[in-house]
Design a binder for this molecule. Structure first.
Ligand code: HEC
Length: 97
């Protein structure tokens, strides 16, 4: 598996440091954990137990809404379908730390 990952819509490539868990989606999903807790397990904003398909459909629904109405919609709109798939798959495979 490659130790490089392209981040969000910026096309920047991040090289994971030696010893980091090298999984697709890990770097992209780390942004989500700022608000949704480590591995997605914050109390009120828990998303860690959701399936990948549930996360994908939530994000796609947010993309259709007015971006001024909340911060999550702004995030949702910025990701490509491929990025959302990587993020959702990664989050759905994590367990509570
Ligand atoms: C700046 C904080 C913030 C970041 C970063 C963030 N979220 Fe959110 N997220 C929220 C808030 C706040 C809500 C609740 C929005 C609402 O209820 O309208 C939410 C809601 C969600 C929901 C719906 C949860 C549910 O059970 O209804 C999903 C799925 C989700 N976020 C996924 C993600 C993913 C994936 C990422 C990373 C790409 C991410 N979030 C990044 C703040 C954030």
């Amino acid at each position: 598996m490659s130790n490089e990952e392209t981040v969000a819509s910026t096309n920047q490539t991040v090289t994971l440091k030696a010893g980091a868990i090298d999984l697709p989606g890990r770097v992209l999903a780390s942004n989500c954990f700022q608000c949704h807790g480590t591995n997605g397990y914050a109390g009120e904003l828990k998303i860690g137990e959701q399936s990948a398909s549930s996360i994908i459909s939530d994000i796609n629904e947010m993309k259709t809404k007015d971006s001024r109405s909340n911060i999550m919609i702004v995030h949702a709109k910025a990701y490509t379908d491929e990025e959302i798939k990587l993020i959702a798959t990664y989050i759905s495979q994590q367990t509570k730390y």
